[in-house]
Design a protein around this ligand. Structure first.
Ligand code: AMP
Ligand code: MG
Length: 339
């Protein structure tokens, strides 16, 4: 019999609710995105206020679009972390309210695990090298010994932060990766910028400082966007290629908001061809934060026997994804889970 799961996402700028079925169909995925004032980053309390104001209509729309009655859901997933405290708490309150009203268990979900597991569902990836590039993460991962293990990451800011912080410096409002992509597509003038890859790790802070300096010196915005993308994406592609060679994985899954970028995809596709690996980017509409990531991962946890009741539903602002046990993958492949 088909079961239904609802997922609530509220880690940062996005408040989202989604209903998925136990057969892996995303029946709805409704979002409302807080936009910071121009030139500013996310203000946690203002973002939380945005989430409070929009939560009820987003959740109700997610049930309506899915044509699923709230009382038939089996469990309620919510993003427990990592993320901004005030934003996370709005999602947790909404999830606890649903849990008490519907008398259904809660499933706390690690947001980053949600990005990966929805990516696997939608692309059919079985045992991928994962590149997670978002506002909160820049990581290369593989599954081993019961967890998603980090084999490369940023040593300072994330790829999303690099783009958003540069965009803010130029007076845009966060998140601005898609505007930078569009501006970059109007230039082909490369300006030399710092390139910093250390093994499978990358560092973007020097690149950000130089890009801001170029902007202050009056270089054309489009040319800086082009040069910023070319440099940062080449760094990511180099680290990814090294990780593909090391792990010999035959699938590259790319998830997170920056996965929507077409130039990044182009570069990653080239390295996949060189290594005989399938290139599996998550569909753009599911690359950024969304409830479907949480609903599907809640389903996976729930069917592995994990849920909590409302009194245990807390939030965790810092919560690394490599501290989360992934029993459904260990059960599916006991050999690989031994690492
Ligand atoms: P997430 O945290 O997964 O929701 O991802 C948000 C991040 O993705 C923000 O830093 C956005 O600026 C970035 N982003 C969204 N679309 C694009 C795009 N087309 N190109 C580059 N970055 C993007
Ligand atoms: Mg995210």
């Amino acid at each position: 019999m088909t079961g239904y799961f609802v997922g609530i996402e509220s880690t940062a700028h996005t408040f989202s609710s989604s209903v998925v079925s136990s057969s892996g169909k995303v029946l709805s995925n409704i979002k409302s995105v807080y936009r910071a004032e121009e030139g500013h980053g996310i203000h946690p309390f203002k973002a939380a206020e945005h989430h409070r104001m929009n939560a009820v209509s987003v959740v109700l729309s997610s049930f309506k679009e899915a044509s699923v009655e709230p009382r038939v859901v089996e469990a309620i997933g919510y993003s427990m972390g990592p993320g901004l405290g005030p934003c996370l708490r709005v999602g947790a309150v909404v999830a606890r309210t649903l849990s008490l009203a519907l008398d259904r268990p809660l499933v706390p979900v690690n947001h980053a695990v949600g990005h990966i597991e929805l990516g696997c569902l939608l692309t059919g990836a079985k045992d991928p090298l994962v590149l997670l590039v978002s506002g909160g993460h820049t990581m290369l991962l593989q599954f081993s010994s019961s967890r998603w293990r980090v084999i490369g990451e940023t040593l300072d800011i994330t790829l999303g932060q690099l783009l958003d912080q540069f965009g803010r410096h130029a007076g845009l409002s966060s998140p601005c990766g898609s505007i930078i992509e569009e501006a970059a597509s109007r230039s082909s003038k490369y300006i030399q910028l710092p390139y910093s890859v250390k093994g499978n790790d990358v560092s973007f802070s020097g690149l950000l400082t130089e890009a801001k300096k170029l902007y202050d010196m009056g270089e054309r915005f489009e040319d800086i966007c082009f040069s910023l993308q070319e440099t940062a994406f080449a760094m990511i592609a180099e680290a990814t290629e090294r990780a593909l060679a090391l792990t010999e994985k035959k699938e590259l899954l790319v998830v997170g908001g920056v996965a929507a970028n077409r130039r990044l995809s182009e570069m990653l596709k080239t390295i996949c061809v060189r290594h005989g690996a399938s290139f599996l980017p998550v569909p753009p509409e599911y690359s950024g934060d969304c409830g479907a990531q949480i609903a599907w991962t809640a389903y996976l946890h729930y069917t592995s026997g994990f849920s909590v009741d409302a009194s245990e539903a807390t939030v965790r602002q810092s919560w690394r994804l490599d501290s989360v046990d992934i029993p459904w993958r260990s059960q599916a492949n006991p050999e690989r889970s031994r690492g």
